[in-house]
Design a protein around this ligand. Structure first.
Ligand SMILES: C[S@@+](CC[C@H](N)C(=O)[O-])C[C@H]1O[C@@H](n2cnc3c(N)ncnc32)[C@H](O)[C@@H]1O
Length: 275
């Protein structure tokens, strides 16, 4: 794999050697949609095509990110002091450790992402946060994450943990069985822990655009797997879903936001507590 840009131009110094800058990537497309700078031409092209096929996708990204802020504040408010953020993405303003630290000083946050660019940037911004860490790992192998020494240096699994799975489960195919994955994470944490997720769902009125996006992302390493509301419910099996339930992302405790959250009905949000 080469990270050379077309025309022989060298990529910026922050690009890890193993990154192929000619292949679109979910973390960097999301970064672009959120107005970040850690993305390449191919990511921007794909993200623009997503926005064209599904107008408003950018608002969806903002709505999702706003949910992350609200849910972290909410979880800190119910006493959570440890976060495991899987599929954490490329750091933008308002990262989990910053929000959590403001809400409850002394929190511990472990970030996990499959993308080396996301991991490199997270590592750089964590330099002054000794209670936080980052690991490059694959959500499809949850046991490798839970048992990893770096994760166990940051998190104490004998105490409650909030596992964040925001806009990551829809990159997991049915063959990789997202229900098994969430179940394994649920089984690994103690009672009083939480799992928070957002997940894109099929919507009849968006069917054409969603199908175009699915086809587009099939050409990237992170293809898209939208699900039904019932399947999202199933992902939360064995957990007590907290109020307001499984709702469109902007409707999840909107009062905790600094400003208005954009509606994006095809993205559901929910938080489950392990009894
Ligand atoms: C759309 S971003 C979401 C970032 C963040 N969770 C949020 O909600 O703002 C999805 C992230 O999931 C990561 N991802 C995709 N598949 C993954 C996998 N199998 N294991 C770990 N991370 C994955 C991507 O690299 C990307 O950073």
């Amino acid at each position: 794999m080469s990270n050379r840009l077309e025309g022989g131009t060298q990529p910026p110094s922050w690009v890890p050697d193993e990154v192929d800058v000619t292949v679109p990537n979910a973390a960097r497309m999301y970064d672009y949609l959120l107005g970040g700078y850690h993305n390449f031409a191919v990511d921007r092209e794909y993200a623009e095509q997503v926005e064209q096929a599904l107008p408003g996708a950018r608002q969806g990204a903002y709505a999702n990110r706003a949910f992350v802020g609200r849910v972290v504040r909410w979880l800190a408010g119910v006493g959570i002091r440890q976060f495991l953020d899987i599929g954490s993405g490329i750091p933008t303003a308002g990262n989990v450790h910053e929000i959590a630290e403001q809400a409850a000083p002394g929190v511990r946050v472990m970030y996990v992402d499959i993308d080396p660019v996301a991991v490199a940037h997270t590592r750089a911004i964590l330099a002054n946060y000794p209670r936080c860490g980052v690991l490059q790992a694959d959500l499809r192998h949850p046991a490798d994450i839970i048992n990893h020494p770096d994760v166990n240096r940051v998190l104490d699994f004998s105490e409650p943990v909030a596992v964040l799975l925001t806009t990551v489960l829809y990159y997991i195919s049915d063959a990789d069985n997202p229900f098994r994955i969430v179940g394994q994470l649920r089984d690994a944490v103690v009672a009083g822990s939480y799992i928070a997720l957002t997940h894109g769902i099929h919507m009849a009125e968006l069917a054409e655009g969603q199908e175009s996006v699915r086809r587009l992302l099939q050409r990237s390493p992170t293809s898209l797997h939208l699900r039904t509301r019932e399947q999202v419910e199933r992902l939360l099996a064995g957990l007590d879903v907290v109020a307001p339930g499984i709702v469109p992302v902007a409707d999840w405790h909107p009062e905790l936001s600094g400003g208005e959250s954009e509606p994006w009905p095809s993205l559901l949000a929910a938080v489950g507590r392990k009894p």
